[in-house]
Ligand binder design. Structure first.
Ligand code: ZN
Length: 159
């Protein structure tokens, strides 16, 4: 099997919440795509339950798209400790961490149920499994820790 960078990372050495650049892939015509690790909770200590994670996923799809030029996709890790973010080009981890911080603040402070996209049987693959309450509580806890732009040393971003 091909080697996967994410499985080479020593998950006991990182200090979540953080943003980490995993790779920059370059296409045949020179276009670049960056892949980030958005780690919201500490691996093997914590995991966001599926309802809250699912609602955060639907919200980040819009909130991060509005804040990051070249946004492609943001998808949850199976371990439920964070997300992969794919972006055209090569923004800094600081820019991404600030965009993530703002997005989680929106979820914590302003988002209401009517603002959550894709919560119907037609628009989601598991529409019963959403929790805005959980999404807000986890966002609050993650923000209380602060989001670092370095995975190994706490370097929390401000505005
Ligand atoms: Zn869904």
């Amino acid at each position: 099997m091909g080697k996967v960078e994410s499985f080479e990372l020593d998950h006991t050495k990182v200090k979540a919440p953080y943003v980490r650049l995993i790779t920059v892939e370059e296409g045949a015509k020179g276009d670049k795509i960056s892949n980030f690790d958005l780690r919201l909770v500490q691996p093997n200590k914590n995991a966001i339950p599926t309802g809250g994670l699912h609602t955060i996923e639907h919200l980040l799809a819009g909130l991060l798209r509005d804040r990051i030029d070249g946004y492609i996709d943001c998808s949850p890790f199976g371990c439920r400790t964070g997300f992969h973010l794919l972006v055209w080009g090569n923004p800094s981890t600081t820019e991404v961490a600030k965009a993530l911080k703002e997005s989680l603040e929106e979820i914590r402070d302003n988002i209401q149920w009517k603002d959550v996209p894709g919560t119907t049987i037609e628009s989601c693959g598991n529409y019963r499994d959403h929790s805005l309450f959980s999404a807000k509580q986890w966002s609050r806890d993650i923000l209380a820790e602060g989001i670092s732009d370095d995975p190994f040393e706490r370097h929390v971003v401000e505005y």
